[in-house]
Ligand binder design. Structure first.
Ligand SMILES: Cc1cc2nc3c(=O)[nH]c(=O)nc-3n(C[C@H](O)[C@H](O)[C@H](O)COP(=O)(O)O)c2cc1C
Length: 364
């Protein structure tokens, strides 16, 4: 299976793997795909620098990329506004009351963090600056086109820029802004998603733009990868499927999250604003359900919602209770039923892709 993107990136297979774990990203690259490390969790650029140095040492010289989260517009960014002061007391009360009802213990005094700041332009820009000091091969942006000067900065280093899109018009805007590759992210995907399913979205975007398109959302088998290519994509962009790999377990040891994912079926996800303030698909748990009960407040806009729930996420993680986890995952979770090394996942994808093509060839 070779597409134009294999030659462009020097990869064996057009399998692009988004992951927040450097262990997974490095393993995807070593297995012949392009591992793309999510940077949003790094509040401190020095920490990202250290992790990318680790990537440089553990990718056997194979290419890898990074993903930043640069929302197109954050009205409060760059102003002296105290974001915490914008969070209504009623929302804080609801979060506290809900966690108590769910049996999630409070944090120790020293465990309170700053939350995830990677949603802020200033922090995401620092991610780009740091990443460009490493031999990265791709910068992807989660929430649309990055600002033009960031695209130019990447291009000056010879690095292509990818951007996620949930609509053909968004994809066209990205390309007009200078984006090189569009990731068509369907409704069934984990994380931020629009309302159009991949089966409809991918060909719509392929027809609307003249740059390579990666299909994202619902890929977890060689048949789905073959379908993505049949729809006109130049490769697959997978996020959820790596969450039940052995390498992800290395990043998040003794994970209640993995237990919850292994047990979940394809109908156990929900598209909700409770994670970041923008619609994102998460595992449906007692935590997400609490936000849809009568009397629950509307989630706040980005970045306030994320600040509101930052401590709650830490508390939930430390509780070790699979029934309350707060985790982005797509509908493909129904096929994520065992913990396996990335290399095995990749070889299964490729084997089934080949079998699919052979089967289809016989239909002619
Ligand atoms: C746990 C998780 C976190 C994600 N975080 C980001 C992110 O920070 N940036 C981004 O561009 N996409 C993010 N995504 C979306 C993925 O990049 C990818 O587009 C999506 O997972 C593809 O659909 P799938 O989940 O069906 O494989 C995330 C997805 C998951 C599952």
């Amino acid at each position: 299976m070779r597409t134009e993107l294999c030659d462009r990136f020097g990869i064996e297979h057009p399998v692009f793997g988004f992951t927040p774990s450097e262990h997974v990203a490095a393993a995807i690259s070593r297995a012949g795909g392009l591992g793309v490390l999510g940077c949003v969790r790094f509040n401190d650029p020095a920490e990202l620098d250290a992790v990318l140095t680790w990537m440089d040492e553990h990718t056997d010289g194979k290419p890898y990329g990074v993903d930043v989260v640069m929302p197109a517009k954050i009205p409060t960014e760059g102003t002296a506004i105290d974001l915490d002061a914008l969070i209504p007391a009623g929302h804080r009360d609801f979060v506290e009351r809900t966690l108590q009802e769910l049996g999630v213990p409070p944090l120790d005094e020293d465990a309170h963090g700053a939350g995830v700041l990677g949603w802020l332009h200033s922090v995401a820009r620092s991610h780009v600056d740091v990443a460009l000091q490493h031999p990265i091969k791709l910068i992807a942006n989660a929430l649309g086109s990055p600002p033009r000067d960031v695209i130019e900065q990447a291009h000056e280093h010879g690095i292509p820029v990818a951007a996620l899109a949930g609509k053909a018009e968004h994809a066209q805007r990205h390309v007009a802004n200078g984006v090189d590759i569009v990731v068509a992210q369907g409704y069934e995907a984990g994380g931020h998603t629009g309302e159009i399913a991949s089966m409809v979205l991918v060909p719509e975007i392929v027809d609307a733009v003249d740059v390579p398109v990666l299909a994202a959302g619902g890929i977890g088998s060689g048949r789905q990868l073959a379908a993505a290519l049949a729809l006109g994509a130049s490769g697959g962009w997978l996020g959820s499927y790596w969450l039940t790999t052995a390498e992800y377990a290395e990043s998040v040891p003794a994970s209640a999250t993995q237990q919850a994912l292994l047990a979940a079926g394809s109908s156990d996800t929900v598209r909700t604003r409770v994670y970041t303030g923008k619609p994102a698909r998460l595992l449906k748990t007692r935590w997400t359900e609490a936000w849809s009960q009568p009397g629950a407040p509307e989630p706040l806009p980005m970045p306030l919602q994320n600040l509101l729930v930052a401590d709650a996420h830490q508390r939930i993680t430390r509780s070790g209770d699979p029934s309350v986890v707060s985790m982005p995952v797509g509908q493909i979770v129904g096929r994520m039923n065992e913990i396996r090394p990335v290399a095995d996942v990749m070889s299964d994808l490729l084997r089934e892709f080949d079998e699919t093509l052979t089967r289809l060839d016989k239909l002619r």
